[in-house]
Design a protein around this ligand. Structure first.
Ligand code: TXA
Ligand code: MG
Length: 349
């Protein structure tokens, strides 16, 4: 199939283009669009055949459920069985934005969307372009991240094209996405609610509304081999081709340990994922990527997936990634790094 690219500047999209996108959704086609987190691979969430095509295009396992994207809160009503009180407060505070909420599903939701679960994930993105597209179509749009299954999520048009050119009908180009890591997923069917995937909205933010919120313990502990509650968390994810190691502990020790590994692996092509504060501290690596300042984790998250893809482009053998504190956005960043490292963590005291 020939993929059509709709180029948009400063989120100014014509009505005629919104119409083309809406018609594509209604015809069961696949449309990639930017959200504030990562690009999403969208289809009409009420069209079972179209939703199945998402799984085909990505090579995604059928038991990994999809998030439905909406523009107005009123759209939830027909999609869910019940709306708990706590949902109303969370929605007031965080929507539109990078928070996905899990509800008991209504009968109209297909098993294809939920991967056979009796729950459904819903989110209202804040990206202006995503909002315009969703407002125009009015359909709930099923959209996983627009990468081939297992690869880092795409944060730019170029990375979407790399993975999905010829496999989708339309790609809407909205430039680089803002957050860079995916939305926080919170399961509201449990009491107290559980964070299944850390992301753009932090645990500290959520605790303001839900003081007793818990975190699924499997998402940060690489040695915990219990099955995560969120099906997507059990798959190899965000994985670069190179072998990746995450270094944890105090920053000076991280730098020392990475330098030691560089020296001991001089025969290998090495990439270091560093930060503004440490980028000049490494000698002998093939490349040192500066993710941004440790004082600005939004910038680090924004650059993370692109950096992993750059490592693949350069065909490095190993990636040594500096770790971050399990606080604020650092939790989401560490979750992605630990997945990219398949649990290979080097601690130093
Ligand atoms: O930021 C985002 O959430 C992006 C943008 C495109 O919206 N989307 C995204 O979708 O990251 P995806 O499919 O790559 O990740 C969705 C995650 C998966 O880990 C999936 O298992 C989980 O949400 N999920 C979806 N429905 C669920 C459900 N009913 N119960 C538990 N987990 C669910
Ligand atoms: Mg994904």
């Amino acid at each position: 199939m020939k993929t059509k690219i709709i180029r948009v500047k400063d989120d100014q999209i014509d009505n005629s283009e919104l119409e083309v996108i809406d018609e594509a959704f209604k015809a069961g086609k696949l449309v990639v669009f930017p959200t504030e987190t990562v690009y999403g691979l969208g289809a009409n969430g009420l069209d079972e055949e179209a939703s199945m095509n998402i799984f085909r295009a990505k090579g995604r396992p059928a038991d990994n459920p999809l998030i439905l994207h909406i523009a107005e809160v009123s759209q939830i009503r027909e999609l869910v069985d019940e709306i708990p009180d706590i949902a109303v407060n969370l929605i007031d505070m965080f929507w539109p934005g990078p928070l996905t909420l899990i509800f008991k599903r209504s009968k109209m939701i297909s098993d294809v969307i939920t991967g056979g679960l009796d729950t459904v994930a819903i989110r209202m993105p804040s990206h202006p372009l995503a909002r315009k597209i969703l407002q125009h179509t009015r359909l709930p749009i099923a959209a996983p991240s627009a990468n081939l299954s297992g690869k880092p999520s795409p944060t730019s048009l170029e990375r979407v094209v790399e993975d999905l050119d010829g496999k989708v009908d339309i790609i809407v180009d909205g430039g680089r996405t803002n957050y860079g890591i995916e939305s926080t997923v919170v399961d509201l069917t449990e009491n107290p609610p559980i964070i299944l995937r850390p992301g753009g909205v932090t645990t500290e933010d959520l605790k303001v509304i839900v003081p007793d919120i818990r975190t699924d313990s499997t998402i940060l502990d690489a040695s915990d081999d219990r099955i995560p509650k969120s099906p997507g968390q059990k798959y190899k994810h965000y994985a670069p081709i190179a072998e990746c190691y995450t270094f944890a502990g105090a920053l000076d020790i991280i730098v020392k340990n990475i330098n030691k590994q560089i020296r001991e692996n001089a025969d290998k092509k090495i990439a270091v994922l560093a930060t503004e504060e440490t980028k000049d501290s490494y000698e002998g690596a093939y490349m040192v990527i500066n993710l941004g300042s440790r004082d600005n984790l939004i910038e680090v998250a924004h650059n993370l997936f692109e950096a992993l893809r750059q490592c693949d482009d350069s065909k490095v053998d190993v990636i040594y990634a500096e770790g971050f504190e399990f606080r604020g956005l650092g939790v989401g960043i560490m979750n992605r790094l630990l997945k990219a490292s398949s649990g290979r963590v080097i601690f130093g005291l």
